[in-house]
Design a binder for this molecule. Structure first.
Ligand code: G6P
Length: 605
């Protein structure tokens, strides 16, 4: 979703801004723009379309050693040149880029229109540029502070002003803003990916803060401009791993899953005591024993893997656990219990719904830990402790390797919780061995890829599909349907196999295939009985199952995955569903990495 970059220093800003924007492209966007401030004032170039289109059309003389840039994901008004950021005051004095949503934009637009201001876009951001230009404050910081006092909503923003060409002023409330410190130059970005090529010395602005950035340093303030000193620190990231140019990300990320699985487990398994060690949780044995309930919060695939995680925790730690869509959680005024452990799960660590859910829990005194991939991200910094997933950068919108590491993160958490409580050492050792074997088994399932091409092509021909599973298999079916709909644009609906005859069976026909998840477990026979009902109605079937499951001669395309420990089976059953979605979307000629209408990180509500 929307991205911000900024630069001030000794070099021309525009090429650096464009390079930074190209490093944010994978987040999803529909227009891009840059502004520079130089001796002749503020200049802006922006347009709907790609960063490279903007680059090609950039005016020859676009000089300035300070500038800001933006990739926009349309929220207020369609993707047009006029709606692209930066927005200006129309006089060339002020340019603003903004991530987030101004809730009272309509009222402010009406006030500005009454005052004779000509608004040229449909956006909420444009009001910021005008309010800053109209402010009487003597300093740019004062103008920005005064403006922010008039707005409700979320923002990460960066401002240029013709009268203050020696600085960029930035502010944050609910949308990430990172300052990067270089040699006689400074950078700004909403995402580390845009910065790490230049510097790994960074400062994260906190909510409610404003900062002045000059070529030689930065100063941070609270909203009322009292000083809030903040020092930059070194982030421990490999800049090369942020090299996200290229294509085929989903494929590469799926194939990276065995290695990612090894990374998330590395150093965290204890064979001797049959347990896991998660130092980052910041919880001692006494606190762990006091947990009476676990509530997992996430969105999209993170929510579905959260449901898998809840099963793991119930099974291994015998603590009641469930997962809830973080996007709904805070709107039902949830009761926050002191003996509940809340777990936020997020690849990006900046999904706004998950972040706001975390803040809701913390505001009410609850304890939240995070399962987060992006180091130093907003959620990672907001939680009381957590587990980094070490999946490496994930670029494709459809989550694959991050999801696998989330599952394993939950397995580690469940094992540690279980061993502090009632899980026997024998069961603990069984789980450790099962986890150690998983990376190899993940590779074995991925090796089925070519075999699945044909069946995926058949599924791609259907307009509508069901994905079904029961108990442990149901979140697998949900995640399978999610992947399929995200990248093939087919209607893919997940159902509990047990619920089929309570409604959806009416839709089963030769035109509506069902992908069924049928592990070897206590429900196998019942699952097989349901498959017969589908088959009897002519419904084509793809069955993801274990080699020793007897499907009773049913006509279907069978996909066998190796068995793990039964608690860990869901992740191996999920992998063929990734491959089916990938091959189906590829067959349909779709942009697998960047599906329409979706963003990698959803940073506005
Ligand atoms: C977006 C993506 C989904 C992803 C979800 C949660 O909706 O399109 O693929 O699962 O966000 O993202 P997170 O970064 O919090 O895991």
């Amino acid at each position: 979703m929307c991205g911000i970059v900024g630069y001030i220093g000794t070099q021309q800003a525009a090429p650096l801004l464009l390079e930074g924007l190209s490093r944010l492209e994978h987040r999803g966007y529909d227009s891009a723009g840059v502004a520079v401030v130089g001796p002749t004032g503020v200049r802006v170039a922006k347009r709907a379309g790609r960063v490279r289109d903007l680059q090609e059309e950039l005016p020859k003389r676009f000089a300035g050693k300070a500038g800001i840039g933006h990739t926009r994901w349309a929220t207020h008004g369609p993707a047009t040149d006029a709606n692209a950021h930066p927005h200006t005051d129309g006089k060339g004095d002020v340019a603003v880029v903004h991530n987030g949503i101004i809730d009272n934009a309509n009222a402010l637009r009406a006030d500005l229109a009454d005052a004779g201001v000509d608004l040229v876009s449909d956006t909420d951001t444009e009001v910021l540029a005008h309010l800053i230009a109209l402010s009487d404050a003597d300093t740019l910081e004062g103008k920005v502070s005064e403006t922010l006092q008039r707005i409700d909503g979320t923002y990460g923003l960066a401002v240029l002003h013709a009268d203050f060409p020696d600085r960029i002023v930035v502010a944050r409330n609910g949308s990430p803003l990172i300052i990067g410190v270089g040699e006689k130059e400074m950078h700004v970005a909403s995402d580390l990916a845009a910065l790490v090529r230049y510097t790994t010395t960074v400062a994260h602005l906190e909510d409610g803060e404003i900062a002045t950035i000059t070529a030689t340093g930065f100063t941070t303030y609270r909203a009322d401009l009292t000083h809030a000193p903040r020092t930059a620190t070194e982030v421990d990231v490999d800049p090369a791993s942020y090299d996200v140019h290229g294509s085929d990300f989903m494929l590469r990320e799926m194939l990276d899953q065995p290695a990612a699985a090894e990374r998330v487990l590395r150093g965290r398994l204890d064979e001797r005591f049959g347990t896991a060690h998660l130092g980052g949780l910041n919880m001692d044995a006494r606190e762990t024993r006091a947990i009476r309930r676990v509530k997992i919060l996430g969105c999209g695939s993170a929510y579905y893997v959260g449901q898998m995680g809840a099963s793991l925790i119930e099974e291994l730690a015998r603590i009641p656990a469930d997962a809830e869509a973080a996007s709904e959680f805070r709107y039902r005024d949830p009761v926050i219990e002191p003996d509940t452990l809340y777990v936020a799960v997020s690849q990006s660590g900046e999904t706004i719904d998950t972040l706001l859910a975390v803040q809701e829990v913390r505001r009410k005194g609850g304890r939240v830990v995070g399962l987060v991939n992006v180091v130093g991200s907003a959620i990672a910094r907001e939680v009381d402790g957590g587990i980094y997933l070490h999946a490496g950068p994930e670029v494709a919108v459809a989550s694959t390797k991050a999801l696998t590491t989330m599952f394993l993160g939950f397995a580690l958490l469940a094992l540690q919780l279980g061993r502090v409580r009632d899980l026997s050492i024998a069961d603990g050792k069984r789980m450790v061995a099962g986890l150690q074997a998983l990376p190899g088994q993940v590779a074995d399932v991925l090796a089925l890829s070519e075999e699945l091409v044909e069946v995926a092509e058949q599924l791609a021909a259907a307009e509508s599909l069901f994905f079904v599973g029961r108990v442990r298999g149901f979140p697998v079916a949900r995640e399978g349907a999610q992947k399929f709909k995200e990248i093939t644009y087919r209607h893919a609906e997940a159902y509990q196999t047990s619920e089929l005859k309570h409604g959806p069976l009416a839709l089963i026909s030769p035109k509506v295939p069902t992908v069924a998840v049928v592990p070897h477990d206590e429900l196998t026979d019942r699952n097989v009985a349901a498959l017969h009902e589908i088959s009897a109605r002519g419904g084509p079937l793809v069955v993801v199952t274990h080699p020793d499951v007897d499907l009773g001669g049913i006509t279907c395309r069978r996909v066998d995955v190796p068995r793990s420990e039964r608690e860990l089976d869901p992740i191996l059953l999920t992998l063929p569903l990734q491959l089916l979605a990938f091959h189906a979307a590829t067959h349909l000629g779709l942009d697998v990495d960047k599906p329409r209408n979706l963003a990698k990180s959803v940073t506005v509500e």
